[in-house]
Design a protein around this ligand. Structure first.
Ligand SMILES: [Zn+2]
Length: 420
């Protein structure tokens, strides 16, 4: 076995992954409100104590992100690891069977809000960088560790801010969100490298009616009743002719409705919020047209139906080629660490890779934890998956950062290349 790989593994096995992860879970960082000052401060100090440079950046006084950096000696490619510090709220803590901020460890699993999404990934990237440093692995390019605020509230105050300010950039990136599919799914292997992510178009649709007293309802126009026709038509829209190999078929969800004031008044206004998930490669203007045409068709048939649609948010789907060097190198690192390759897949949701890919940084998503644990009650991450992710990140970074601009020198590989 290669000594560099052995040294990395040894460092990670000796590291105190459980304590690091427990400390991160103990510090609340729910978003909203999104205050990451304490956890960012803790991480900056922890990184500096390990000999890794760390700086704090904030788009507002409470949304603080941490960026750590291991400098290479130059002449190589740089790699960015990107995770997030904020979590979704705990929700009803009565429903949890353990303390959501306790970081309790049972049978190899650490429980708590954010354990899987995404504090496990944050811990793994830190353990990886520490192992590379302690094992004195030579690096040509830099390793950047970005731990962003505000991911659960669309990232404008975290990753987008760091990119726009020029604080983070790299030749490739690994987003450390959980990517192990649940064991009950008939897929093998369950660990995935996600190379594509869905996007979304959020519409607000309003109907306008005519308010009159309920006792003369026939003289009014009921905006809720008119909206119900729109809802039925939208629910019947055909989407199954669109299919992406990794992100599947797009979906449509009406997630909010409000309208009316009293049973005594015919409502003159009703509003719904619609989330139209999009997949890479689909015609996005058609996705918009399909919704507006549905409204136009109904209005053409009914003079009393008045409706308007407007787009509140649009995040386009993204994908990178499966032949990108970062995909190949990451999967070879996985094979070296685990003895088997990962599957190539897509994320059925948006994530921060979209900002990186839009800036031309080839980015994949691969991290410890099971995808269905994110945002759930009794969220957990397996300690073993965090250690494995740390080994994988260290091996992938060591190889990627040894790239000298033309070829990956054989002698710079920390592990053996597979013979073709
Ligand atoms: Zn996440």
């Amino acid at each position: 076995m290669n000594s560099v790989k052995e040294k990395i593994n040894q460092q990670i096995e000796q590291s105190n992954a459980i304590d690091l992860l427990r400390n991160l879970i103990n510090i609340p960082s729910s978003d909203p409100p999104g205050d990451t000052r304490t956890i960012a401060d803790f991480l900056a100090k922890a990184l500096r104590a390990k000999g890794i440079r760390a700086d704090l950046f904030s788009s507002d006084p409470t949304r603080v992100s941490v960026v750590g950096r291991l400098k290479g000696k130059g002449g190589g490619k740089s790699i960015l690891f990107l995770g997030h510090l904020d979590t979704v709220p705990i929700g009803d803590s009565e429903q949890w069977s353990i303390n959501p901020l306790g970081g309790e460890c049972h049978k190899g699993k650490i429980y708590g809000r954010g354990s899987s999404d995404c504090k496990g990934g944050v811990a793994a990237m830190i353990l990886a960088a520490e192992a590379l440093l302690k094992a004195s692995v030579p690096l040509r390019g830099d390793i950047i560790l970005a731990m962003a605020a505000g991911e659960e509230t669309l990232s404008e105050m975290g990753t987008a801010f760091l990119l726009n300010k020029g604080v983070i950039t790299a030749d490739a990136a690994i987003v450390t969100e959980p990517t192990t599919l649940p064991a009950e799914l008939p897929v093998n292997p369950h660990l995935q490298i996600f190379i594509a992510s869905r996007g979304m178009i959020i519409f607000e649709i309003t109907t306008e009616g005519k308010a009159v007293h309920a006792k003369i309802a026939h003289q009014g126009v009921n905006a809720i009743a008119k909206m119900s026709e729109i809802i039925l038509a939208l629910q019947n829209l055909k989407l199954d002719h669109i299919r992406h190999p990794f992100c599947g078929t797009p979906s449509l969800n009406i997630g909010l409705i409000d309208g009316g004031t009293s049973s005594q008044i015919v409502p003159d206004r009703c509003r719904i919020i619609l989330n139209r998930n999009t997949v890479p490669g689909e015609d996005l203007s058609s996705a918009v047209d399909q919704v507006t045409a549905t409204l136009d068709d109904l209005m053409a048939k009914d003079n009393f139906l008045k409706a308007k649609a407007r787009i509140l948010t649009r995040e386009d789907p993204v994908e990178v080629s499966p032949t990108e060097p970062i995909v190949t190198i990451l999967n070879e690192a996985i094979e070296s660490a685990l003895g088997r390759k990962a599957g190539i897949g897509g994320m059925i949701g948006t994530n921060d890779s979209r900002f990186l890919i839009r800036q031309g940084i080839p980015s994949v998503i691969c991290g410890p934890g099971i995808t269905t644990q994110s945002h759930g009650i009794d969220e957990y991450v397996e300690v073993e998956s965090v250690r494995n992710a740390a080994k994988i990140y260290a091996l992938a970074a060591a190889r990627y950062c040894s790239y000298n601009g033309s070829i990956y020198p054989e002698n710079a590989f920390p592990f053996k290349r597979r013979r073709e």
